[in-house]
Design a protein around this ligand. Structure first.
Ligand SMILES: [Zn+2]
Length: 471
């Protein structure tokens, strides 16, 4: 068993308290502008997320060596010598969104098995289709299709849990996003691995191969307590602890999952994780719709993270994650789209809008998850869940230049009474015009750089034919 640690430069750093972060505005005016820069971006508004609620106008952001080197008044920034002055009239600049849970290649199942409850959807439709079709080629084509949707929806970092993660890594490496790959561990035979042991062997080899990669971190993707046996869960927990690695698991997706677990072994899924030592500050619990009072204390005590996937939960009628109550207990909540087979988009603007709305419905409180909090779920909270908060999640001096621009000139986002409100409640999901990761452009003027979109769509049509032929 591999026990070597493969740490990226962002791992093993203690989580920072958000309130202890320096406010960029207090230091901004004291810094002299650089003579030269790689990139200077001139939006109408900068929403740095930290400090919260802050919106800068008439300011520009300066990038050198892939990092944010300063914020300057527009007039001053225009004097900086740079080959790349990017003018974004009527647009807001934000940290890139962090999509904390998904299965990219499942984009090829978009619209294939809609309107079924979770276990029927998995057992009768998704798992049989995966058994017939999933291959390296399927994962490459499905991941590329997903990357287009992710990028045009503002995602610059995503978490992916799917078979053949080495192929997903190749796609990411080519296109330039940042990712957390949580290789799947499941106790049944799949096209990728015959057993949970083989999943671990292959996943850990990938983790070793990608050690030191500047944009890809590899962790464990334990599918669920109903699909991974307890010994394997214990093994994952031990290995993850030894390697200081991320573990992500679908947990309490439905009340039915909790009841089935109680019936089968007498324990609720979250208690199984506590027994095997899997809860902790590197653990991401995805969904969490069926919670008892004690679960809040357990999540808080162990500093475990919750990943909320509101659109997938609504579509499968799984239940509702009590987002505001989790936040009130001091539990970090990030946001994910889940796969396109159960969403059916990978659009973080749509997701954060849904998160804000469903939180109010769940709590019967209109004050639940206000716009700024929803934006934090998709940015700084996601960075904390992924252990990347020192590099990304907000626009701050010294952080990596992972940024997106959102066009607010269309009638449905006018008038600009409140920029943050318009971003969360009024966007339709197609307004992302530019994105950068470590200062490298990935979307420019709404065009994805690095992928032949027409060819990716053709490949998707090919797989649709294959899927139809399954009968
Ligand atoms: Zn999922």
């Amino acid at each position: 068993m591999v026990t070597k640690s493969g740490h990226s430069r962002h791992q093993n750093k203690p989580a920072e308290s958000r309130s202890s972060r320096p406010a960029i505005l207090s230091t901004m005016s004291k810094i002299r502008p650089p003579a030269t820069a790689d990139l200077v971006v001139h939006p109408d508004w900068i929403v740095p997320v930290v400090p919260r609620e802050k919106v800068l106008t008439d300011h520009s952001i300066v990038v050198s060596d892939g990092r944010i080197s300063g914020f300057f008044e527009r007039e001053i920034a225009l004097t900086i010598d740079s080959a790349d002055h990017c003018h974004l009239t009527g647009q807001a600049l934000l940290p890139g969104f962090i999509n904390a849970h998904g299965h990219s290649a499942m984009s090829l199942f978009r619209g294939f098995a809609d309107d079924y409850p979770l276990m029927d959807w998995l057992n009768e439709h998704i798992w049989p289709a995966e058994a017939s079709l999933v291959s390296e080629e399927f994962v490459r084509d499905g991941t590329n299709l997903a990357l287009i949707d992710l990028l045009l929806g503002g995602t610059t970092t995503f978490s992916d849990q799917y078979f053949f993660p080495d192929i997903t890594a190749q796609c990411i490496d080519t296109v330039g996003l940042r990712a957390q790959l949580v290789f799947p561990v499941i106790s049944v035979e799949t096209a990728w691995a015959r057993s949970s042991e083989e999943c671990l062997q292959k996943g850990l080899a990938l983790r070793d191969n990608l050690r030191g990669h500047p944009r890809i971190d590899v962790g464990f993707g334990a599918h669920s307590t109903y699909s991974v046996d307890k010994d394997a869960l214990k093994n994952i927990a031990t290995l993850a602890h030894e390697l200081d690695a991320i573990v992500q698991i679908h947990l309490h997706e439905t009340q039915g999952e909790v009841e089935a677990s109680l019936e089968q072994c007498g324990d609720r899924p979250i208690d199984i994780l506590a027994q095997v030592g899997m809860l902790g500050p590197k653990t991401q619990c995805v969904h969490m719709t069926a919670l008892s009072r004690g679960d809040f204390a357990l999540l808080k005590e162990t500093n475990s993270h919750v990943v909320h996937c509101p659109r997938s939960n609504m579509k499968i009628a799984s239940g509702i994650c009590p987002t505001q109550r989790l936040l009130d207990h001091g539990i970090n909540v990030a946001l994910g789209t889940d796969g396109a087979a159960s969403n059916n988009r990978l659009n973080m603007l749509a997701e954060l809008q849904s998160a804000a709305l469903v939180a109010k419905l769940e709590s019967a409180q209109a004050t639940a998850l206000p716009a700024m909090a929803a934006l934090e779920l998709a940015t700084i909270n996601g960075a904390q869940a992924l252990g990347m908060e020192r590099a990304i999640g907000s626009l701050e001096i010294g952080k990596d230049a992972d940024m997106i621009a959102i066009d607010l000139r269309e009638p449905h986002t006018q008038p600009l009474n409140n920029v943050i409100s318009q971003l969360v409640y009024s966007t339709a999901g197609h307004e992302v015009t530019h994105s950068w990761v470590q200062g490298r452009p990935l979307v420019k003027d709404r065009e994805v750089i690095g992928l032949d979109v027409a060819n990716v769509v053709e490949r998707a049509k090919h797989w649709s034919t294959q899927l139809a032929s399954l009968g």
